[in-house]
Design a binder for this molecule. Structure first.
Ligand code: PSU
Ligand code: MN
Length: 305
């Protein structure tokens, strides 16, 4: 670990030293995924949920030339409100650190930070993937490559149907990333519990999940594990209505020639505006639900050691 470029919050460092379960969290969801003040409120509630389930939260972000592993409440608030926060994937880390910029980490960059600090479990909402229209754009999120590279388990609620979900699954298969359904045999699609895509691997408890992860570690296979935890029934949204909005979003991005790192935030924002408050409530609840499962997993992994 390069100690000059990473700064681990004292509480997190202590926990890692003593084998206390730790769960990493991303910051792009705070700076680019939700509006203020719901983003700050959610970040704090998710950290609370992780503590309630027996683990220490470590939100990861870049500032002052360091990858911070664990943010204070003041720092969380800063990332929730600051306007010119960079969105950092793997390729952006050197620039943001060298220029001492404020940067929110995506799934890919958060996995890099978590792996550097020795954190095995990371909780988020949704991951990036293969975009619709990839034949023309070649737009494949660096999250997928990172899942094949860094040894971190990512707990998410699936991927939004803004992506090409079958191609995303094919990509993960090709690169050898285990995709595990948590109490489901079907790939969830973020706002909805279903996608029509069967998962060949599903578990019914954190302990079962921990055994697969520990076995992968014993095999010394590089890369992470992707856990698909569906949104709670009470907050799942109508799949048909969502598909119409997503098609509109994808078309609008094409018309306005939105591409590169701006595409995902554009699509997310389009959906947010079209569904007003409902999708935001669902988003908040599914992240909390993932936090619970992630913390239980971190506890189960600590017990296996
Ligand atoms: N998908 C979501 N919500 C998000 C993201 C994706 O439903 O907040 C964010 C995550 O930080 C993810 C990133 O890692 O977008 C992927 O961006 P890109 O497609 O540019 O790789
Ligand atoms: Mn992309």
């Amino acid at each position: 670990m390069n100690l000059k470029l990473i700064e681990v919050k004292a509480e997190v460092a202590q926990a890692l030293k003593n084998g206390v379960p730790v769960v990493a969290l991303e910051s792009t969801i705070i700076s680019h995924g939700m509006p203020y003040p719901q983003n700050e409120e959610t970040a704090l509630n998710v950290e609370k949920e992780i503590r309630l389930n027996g683990a220490i939260p470590a939100t990861i972000a870049v500032m002052n030339g360091k990858i911070k592993i664990g943010l204070t409440a003041e720092e969380l608030s800063l990332f929730a409100q600051a306007k010119d926060v960079m969105k950092l994937s793997r390729r952006d880390l050197p620039q943001a650190l060298a220029e001492k910029r404020m940067g929110a980490t995506t799934v890919a960059a958060t996995m890099i930070g978590a792996a550097m600090a020795g954190i095995e479990v990371f909780v988020t909402g949704g991951i990036g993937g293969v975009h619709r229209g990839v034949e023309e754009t070649w737009d494949v999120s660096a999250d997928l490559i990172e899942l094949a590279t860094s040894p971190v388990t990512v707990v998410c609620a699936g991927a939004k149907a803004i992506l090409d979900l079958p191609k995303t699954m094919e990509y993960l298969e090709t690169f050898g990333v285990p995709v595990v359904g948590y109490k489901t045999t079907e790939l969830p699609a973020f706002y909805t519990r279903t996608s029509g895509i069967e998962l060949g691997n599903s578990v019914n408890s954190a302990e079962e999940l921990a055994r697969q992860i520990a076995t992968k570690r014993q095999l010394e296979l590089e890369g992470g594990v992707l856990v698909m935890n569906p949104i709670p029934e009470a907050f799942s949204m109508d799949a048909n209505a969502m598909e119409l909005i997503i098609e509109e979003a994808v078309n609008s991005a094409k018309e306005q020639s939105v591409s590169g790192k701006n595409l995902t935030p554009f699509l997310l924002n389009f959906i947010k505006e079209k569904t007003t408050g409902e999708s935001l409530v669902s988003n908040i609840e599914l992240v909390k639900n993932n936090a619970k499962v992630g913390a239980q997993l971190a506890v189960a992994l600590a017990e296996l050691r």
